[in-house]
Ligand binder design. Structure first.
Ligand SMILES: Nc1ncnc2c1ncn2[C@@H]1O[C@H](COP(=O)(O)OP(=O)(O)OP(=O)(O)O)[C@@H](O)[C@H]1O
Ligand SMILES: O=C(O)C1=C[C@@H](O)[C@@H](O)[C@H](O)C1
Length: 302
């Protein structure tokens, strides 16, 4: 009887793109025209090699290889989000190297409605900028002995949660080189802006339909402000989000930079904002930050 074992390998290497282009084996890696111009491509190769111990030494061995850019954030994407292309990863890396020196260590505060991707995009930005990522909701949960946001609302009420949120933002404002995912409602208290103004604030502006789809897909369990509507998951989420957005849109617009998903989709020729990858959003965030920095200090050139 055959005994099967699987051996996992992982190593980083350089691929010679010219040699790769020449061959067309089944399952070959395809490169875009832009990448074909680069002679060497840094990649992380992960392979799972099932090894078969049998008397037949020539039996077929399956090899599954996946490649992603070394130190690039593709592997940190949350499930459910569309994945970035290698080309997008390269653009992100170049853009971050261009913008990072002009940030002078200032923190980036991501603001936006719940589900707008502050955590997903924030992790990508922090990784590519070499910044530390913090999620305000998670910090508040830690302050209240690991109690979830939903439980904090239930046990102590929203005002208690909002006070904790302000305390957390005040503490973060004393630090440098952070990307902060703020809570969806952090923008309503003017005092919170006084802390966020120490850094650069970026509004992730996502159409309500896309937000409702994302949230309905994972459920509203962790989002207490969405608990009280009736109807199917999408409709009740959409209705409540619409009310909250009406109250808050003016506050989100206070941010230094706005990242509009509809604009990105138009730029990229995508019909549906759901096809815009978190990496493309991170690139646009850096672009909008650079526009803000240029406006702030007229002579900055990139
Ligand atoms: N660009 C995207 N396309 C599709 N889905 C996405 C995208 N960005 C994030 N998501 C998904 O949407 C959901 C919410 O994302 P995320 O947690 O990053 O948002 P958030 O703004 O931090 O939310 P909250 O403020 O409620 O914590 C997650 O399930 C995530 O995988
Ligand atoms: O939009 C909001 O008011 C909230 C968003 C979440 O991030 C949490 O901060 C909390 O559920 C409240």
């Amino acid at each position: 009887m055959e005994a099967k074992m699987a051996q996992s390998l992982q190593f980083s290497t350089w691929i010679d793109s010219e040699k790769m282009m020449g061959r067309k084996p089944a399952g070959s890696v395809r490169f875009s025209q832009r990448l074909k111009k680069q002679s060497k491509l840094p990649v992380l190769v992960s392979a799972r090699v099932p090894t078969t111990t049998s008397s037949n030494r020539h039996s077929k061995v399956d090899l599954v290889v996946s490649c992603s850019y070394k130190n690039f954030p593709g592997s940190t994407l949350e499930s459910g989000s569309p994945h970035a292309s290698v080309e997008e990863d390269l653009i992100l890396k170049n853009k971050s190297e261009e913008v990072e020196p002009y940030l002078s260590g200032r923190c980036i505060y991501l603001v936006g409605m719940m589900g707008s991707g502050k955590t997903t995009v924030g992790k990508i930005l922090s990784q590519v900028l070499g910044y530390t990522f913090f999620d305000c909701d998670t910090l508040i949960e830690g302050e209240v002995h690991g109690t979830s946001v939903a439980e904090i609302f239930k046990l102590y009420g929203e005002a208690f949660f909002r006070d904790k949120e302000t305390e957390v933002l005040q503490r973060l404002s004393l630090m440098r080189r952070l990307v902060v995912s703020t809570g969806g409602g952090a923008v309503v208290r003017p005092i919170n802006w006084s802390y966020m103004q120490k850094g650069i604030s970026v509004w992730l502006d996502v159409p309500l339909e896309a937000l409702a789809e994302r949230i309905a897909a994972v459920g509203t369990g962790s989002r207490p402000l969405l608990h009280h509507e009736t109807g199917d998951a999408y409709t009740k989420t959409y209705n409540r989000l619409s009310m909250l957005f009406e109250e808050r849109s003016g506050s989100y617009a206070n941010a230094n930079a706005r990242v509009c998903l509809e604009n990105i989709a138009t730029k990229l020729g995508q019909r549906d904002v759901s096809d815009v990858t978190p990496t493309a959003i991170a690139i646009e965030a850096l672009e909008q930050i650079s526009i803000f920095l240029k406006g702030e200090d007229g002579h900055v050139t990139f």
